[in-house]
Design a protein around this ligand. Structure first.
Ligand code: KPL
Length: 299
């Protein structure tokens, strides 16, 4: 299969490098990472060890492929959609944090599949990504139900050795992943700890409160996600990625803009629309917004 991985950050590089074990992969990213990948390929270390040679480019327009996998930060979705709309793809799969699929679908002719990924990844240096936790990719039709394209993409991922489930209940799973991110990302970023620090103690309680609030908002949106299920999903990801520095902690470490709006911003906005109170998400959002404003990285 010809695969374009749009966004060569930590997760995009990991997924692209693993897919390149059996597929023709092109990574779209920035230099110096791209030049390094073109010259020496990608080294994967940690929980998975591999050396693969995907193609790589900084050119974002005019690509054609069987599949485009979108791994850019949620706030870069409009830019990714504009670039992808100049190309041609049989299917587009979003593996981003937040609920970005509809934004992609509104701007692309190609069918857009929803996806979540809980692999832990960290870009160590150009051309070197560490897998810090073997999670799982879950993908399927955006509105739920079965989809032949999703089956094909799932097989392509599994053939490359990526733990993948094709699911027929993606709306619930997207909210479940949002609950996991609401529990893990801000708490680890603000407390500057690895995911595993949320296995017990006050961080555990705080993360669980954020996840429970998110599940409540999901139910108000008509999605069947119990508090227990959201909490169990959170605990499972904390355990599977205990050594991982969450993507938001990596952003804070590197003084970059975070995905606060795609995670807590969405939970708070939807809660407001349903007149629900989500004090934990609101506080975490305001703390991160304050940090972003203080660092001058807020747009
Ligand atoms: O999605 C993640 C992230 O860091 O953004 C998890 C699954 C929480 C892994 O750290």
């Amino acid at each position: 299969m010809d695969v374009l991985v749009f966004g060569a950050g930590s997760l995009g590089t990991l997924v692209g490098a693993l897919l390149a074990r059996v597929h023709d992969v092109t990574l779209v990213g920035r230099d110096p990472h791209v030049s390094h990948v073109r010259e020496r390929g990608v080294t994967v270390s940690g929980a998975i060890e591999a050396q693969t040679a995907p193609d790589a480019t900084t050119e974002s327009d005019g690509h054609r492929a069987d599949l485009a996998v979108v791994t850019v930060k949620s706030f870069d979705t409009p830019t990714a959609a504009a670039a992808l709309s100049t190309g041609a793809f049989d299917a587009v799969l979003s593996l981003q944090n937040g609920l970005t699929e509809d934004e992609l679908a509104a701007r692309l002719d190609a069918p857009v599949l929803a996806g979540t990924a809980t692999y832990g990844a960290r870009l160590r240096e150009p051309g070197h990504v560490e897998c810090t936790g073997i999670g799982r990719v879950v993908l399927g039709a955006r509105d739920g139900g079965t989809d032949r394209r999703a089956e094909r993409v799932g097989k392509a991922f599994r053939d490359a050795g990526i733990e993948t489930l094709v699911a027929s209940d993606m709306p619930r799973r997207l909210w479940e992943k949002l609950a996991v991110n609401a529990g893990i990302n801000a708490v680890t970023a603000l407390a500057r700890v690895e995911n595993g620090a949320l296995a017990d103690g006050p961080g555990h309680q705080l993360a669980h409160r954020a996840a429970r609030e998110t599940a409540r908002v999901a139910r108000a949106e008509g999605v069947s996600l119990s508090n227990r299920r959201a909490e169990r999903a959170l605990d499972e990801v904390v355990e599977a990625t205990s050594a991982n520095r969450s993507s938001m902690l990596q952003d804070v470490d590197d003084e970059r803009r975070t995905e606060v709006e795609a995670i807590h911003g969405v939970v708070v906005a939807r809660a407001d629309a349903h007149r629900l109170s989500v004090p934990t998400n609101r506080t975490l959002a305001d703390l991160l917004r304050t940090w972003e404003a203080g660092r001058g990285v807020r747009e």
